[in-house]
Design a protein around this ligand. Structure first.
Ligand SMILES: [Fe+2]
Length: 337
């Protein structure tokens, strides 16, 4: 078992960052409205069955694809690699492990490799997308939260160590992790893994999985988070505000979480830090209330229990259940006191 700080500095191929997420939604127009008017994403292309969106600073064609479907699931998570050679290296690497790794053509993307990780999460690796105008300075088009770029994914999986091993072998590094003490040993509850030099590209926490807990976009300023809440109230999306604004302990980000019309969860955040030097990972006890929110209020129970399944991927329950510190329990204890 590798140590949590063990590094793979010469990975088999070069993943550069979390790149795009594909969501199946039941009402394309309702989802399009949520992501353009509240989140502030820009439509790059659309047809009757799909909408391709990007953040205001993004040059690539899309970071979010919405597909009309009868089910609200996540079809895949995208990872960018440095160049097309990395696609072929990835294909060789996964084939040598006996995995099915298939080269496919995907609209608006360069050569794309599809493969599943050890938990069954469908992944797409691609090196390029059709370029579109970077809208960073087109302030007249800023709407809602003015989301700038996709930053990371967070997943629930039943086996944290299995997920960690898969991504660590691809050169992902742990920036922070959570644990709980059970008996005389520490049980790993979550790992924050990164390739691009900030705290995370992909996060795994323990739970029935695999499920997509949330995906996250950066905002230009903390004021944009307040504006997102104001716009949510004005447009009737107030019930979609699930958590925040608040300040994470892990990563230090100022955050807000919304649920979209299908219940897919999106985080809007800013102000996390660089993680480039080869520093040891930072560990947090799950019982530390400042881990999740420096301001003191834990998340509602549903934030821990509800998440998006992946399309046609069966769920597995974890061996050990850890009781999360919920807002409901926090309030019950406060009232008892
Ligand atoms: Fe997040």
């Amino acid at each position: 078992m590798p140590h949590i700080d063990e590094l793979v500095l010469d990975p088999p191929f070069n993943v550069t960052r979390a790149g795009h997420v594909v969501l199946d939604v039941r009402d394309l127009n309702a989802s399009r409205h949520f992501y353009t008017e509240l989140v502030g994403l820009v439509v790059s292309d659309e047809d009757d069955s799909a909408v391709y969106l990007r953040g205001l600073e993004e040059r690539g064609h899309h970071s979010l694809v919405l597909r009309e479907s009868s089910e609200a699931t996540c079809a895949c998570l995208g990872m960018r690699v440095r160049n097309e050679d990395d696609i072929f290296k990835a294909q060789d690497y996964f084939a040598a492990q006996g995995r099915t790794a298939t080269l496919v053509e995907v609209p608006y993307q360069g050569l794309t490799l599809r493969v599943r990780d050890d938990a069954g999460v469908p992944l797409e690796f691609c090196a390029s997308m059709e370029p579109r105008e970077r809208m960073l300075k087109q302030y007249q088009h800023y709407r809602g939260a003015s989301a700038q770029r996709l930053d990371h994914y967070q997943l629930q999986v039943s086996d944290i160590r299995q997920a960690w091993r898969f991504y660590q072998a691809l050169g992902f590094r742990v920036s922070e992790y959570t644990y709980s003490t059970i008996g005389d040993r520490q049980h790993l509850w979550g790992v924050w893994l990164q390739r691009k030099g900030n705290p995370h590209d992909i996060v795994f926490t323990q739970g029935p999985g695999p499920r997509l807990h949330h995906f996250a976009y950066t905002l230009p300023d903390s004021n944009d988070m307040i504006r997102a809440c104001d716009v949510a109230g004005a447009l009737g999306y107030a019930p979609c505000l699930e958590r925040g604004p608040g300040r994470h302990g892990i990563s230090g980000a100022l955050f807000t979480y919304f649920r979209d019309p299908d219940g897919h969860r999106i985080e809007l955040f800013n102000t996390h830090y660089q993680h480039i030097d080869l520093e040891p990972a930072l560990g947090w006890d799950l019982a530390d209330p400042k881990r999740a929110d420096q301001w003191g209020l834990p998340a509602q129970k549903k934030w821990f229990t509800e998440a998006t399944p992946f399309t046609d991927v069966a769920l597995t329950e974890p061996d050990i259940r850890v009781d999360p510190p919920t807002l409901e329990r926090f309030l019950a204890l406060a009232n008892d006191g």
